[in-house]
Design a protein around this ligand. Structure first.
Ligand code: ADP
Ligand code: TRP
Length: 346
């Protein structure tokens, strides 16, 4: 089968870095889509693999206790938000050491120039900050993450599309050199390319310190919502809800009817932003109420979460082991099988 031919099985895969607790941007921009791609859900793939990218996080989180706790919290959050271990494989990246070996194989076909153009590294360099080889080679590790599971669909935000291109490039080069080893993946962008705004109106991101965390303590969350920046136009002036970041956040969480009423209120004018903020506090509480309940149950049972991760890692390793064996045979690392064509995909 040529690498770009329609695959027999659609397999979604994505990773999320445990560099902080998940915020609304992560949920509406990424996690919600993971859940929609689980088998049985409305946009389902045949299989879904999701992992907590702790090897990637090592380039930023240098405190071991914090990293451990963030990885556990990420697992609990993902499960609470609806990731179902019966339908998707949930695991921790570093529990699959095959990926690290695959990274090396890919590194040998990676042109330096390709990595020099990648934005994570380029941005840091342009800001005059020191970059380590981990950050420089980050797209190669990400390519191995994807290729190790024969993933066909990679749900990501806009910022990660470049890395999927790199992955396709490396897979294509490897296949060209050694035969049909890797499946070429396609990115799946969040519908509408949603960019969730932060409390200051810029894109919500940990790096801008403008995030509202999904499972933040309700009192702290309320404080942050009440401090969302707004403009100083007079109350009576009609306003356009489109492009207003406070309205955008409300629209993400409010039921349809409330959203239409709020849009109307904006257009008519005569309201205060304080009212909108209060409505947002309530909408967020209602929207995530079930998830908070599930989170509390999971928190009370850390053994269950660890068992889910262990089962996920076992399934992920089995697949990654097959792919790695295929790649090793294809490039000549397994003696005695070179001429048999066993390096090729079945
Ligand atoms: P951060 O910018 O806070 O460090 P990450 O880069 O770890 O967040 O993002 C993890 C995932 O969440 C990515 O798929 C990214 O595209 C998505 N994401 C993060 N922030 C937003 C946002 N404000 N709007 C939409 N998607 C987002
Ligand atoms: N680099 C991604 C991010 O920062 C996380 C990630 C690592 C990933 N490996 C991946 C995403 C493989 C998709 C597929 O958001």
């Amino acid at each position: 089968m040529p690498p770009d031919a329609p695959p027999r099985t659609s397999r979604a895969l994505s990773g999320i870095q445990p560099t902080g607790r998940f915020h609304w941007g992560n949920y509406f921009g990424a996690i919600r889509q993971y859940i929609d791609l689980q088998p049985g859900a409305h946009q389902a793939a045949d299989e879904a693999y999701y992992f907590i990218a702790d090897l990637h996080a090592l380039t930023t989180v240098r405190d071991p206790a914090r990293l451990r706790s963030l990885v556990h919290a990420a697992a609990v959050d993902l499960l609470a938000l609806g990731l179902d271990p019966e339908r998707a494989v949930l695991f921790v990246q570093s529990d699959v050491p095959e990926v690290a070996e695959l990274t090396w194989l890919l590194m040998t076909v990676t042109p330096m120039g390709l990595l020099e153009r990648c934005h994570a590294y380029k941005d840091k360099k342009n800001r005059g900050l020191p970059a380590d080889a981990g950050l420089f080679t980050y797209p190669v590790l990400m390519a191995a993450d994807i290729l190790a599971y024969d993933a066909t669909i990679v749900p990501v935000g806009e910022d990660q599309v470049q890395h999927i291109e790199v992955c396709r490039d490396l897979a294509g080069t490897f296949n060209h050199l050694y035969g049909d080893v890797f499946t070429l993946p396609n990115p799946r962008l969040v519908e509408g390319g949603a960019k969730v705004p932060g409390t200051d109106g810029q894109k919500m991101s940990k790096s801008y310190e403008n995030t509202i965390e999904v499972f933040e303590d309700p009192a702290a969350q309320k404080k942050k919502i009440m401090r969302i920046t707004t403009d100083s136009r007079p109350m009576e002036q009609p306003k356009d809800p489109e492009g207003d970041h406070l309205f955008e956040l409300f629209a993400l969480m409010a039921p349809e009817g409330d959203r239409l009423r709020m849009a109307d209120l904006y257009r008519r004018g005569g309201f205060g932003y304080g009212e909108v903020k209060k409505a947002l506090v309530e909408a967020a509480a209602a929207y995530f109420a079930d998830a908070r309940g599930r989170r509390a149950e999971l928190e009370a049972d850390p053994g269950r979460v660890e068992a889910i991760l262990a089962a996920g890692a076992a399934r992920a390793r089995a697949r990654a082991g097959d792919v790695l064996a295929r790649a090793r045979r294809a490039c000549g690392l397994s003696r005695g099988e070179a001429a048999t064509g066993k390096g090729r995909r079945p």
